[in-house]
Write a new protein. Structure first.
Length: 154
């Protein structure tokens, strides 16, 4: 039961943090309308794999891609939820079709998925995402994949 409560706690923290980025933007829009009521929505929810709650840490990682920018092929040993805050990103995990996620959209990354494509979908506008990673507190969040050619710069 203790592990279940801890999993729920970490998922709630992760979702709250991601929604916070959207809430700040919504608050600015709300201020200009003199509207005192906030709007809250769940941007994304996904059941997490079994995790050892005694070893976990939550990290928010902001990734900014310049126009045409991309990441080298990599993997994350832990689950991640990403929320696109600006522009659009192209993502392809090994065994899955390439997808484009636009500002306001979220996606889940399973542990150890091989990111063959992680790139800005635009060659003229920047893109930004916030990834919430639930990980062991002493392990790296991202690991390179050697021997795979980067396909980001299409």
């Amino acid at each position: 039961m203790h592990d279940l409560i801890n999993k729920g706690w970490f998922l709630a923290v992760a979702l709250t943090a991601m929604i916070g980025a959207q809430a700040a933007s919504a608050q600015n829009a709300s201020d200009t309308k003199n509207d005192a009521m906030e709007q809250v929505r769940v941007a994304f929810a996904h059941v997490l794999p079994h995790l050892d709650a005694g070893q976990l840490q939550v990290k928010l990682v902001e990734v900014t891609y310049p126009p045409g920018g991309f990441s080298l092929p990599h993997t994350h040993p832990f689950p991640a939820i990403a929320y696109v805050t600006e522009g659009a990103v192209r993502i392809q995990i090994k065994g899955e079709p390439e997808a484009i996620y636009k500002a306001g959209e979220s996606f889940y990354e399973a542990p150890n998925g091989e990111h063959l494509v992680s790139a800005n979908a635009s060659h003229t506008q920047p893109a930004k995402l916030i990834a919430c990673v639930i990980c062991d507190n002493d392990k790296p969040v991202t690991l390179p994949i050697s021997g795979i050619h980067a396909e980001g710069g299409k």
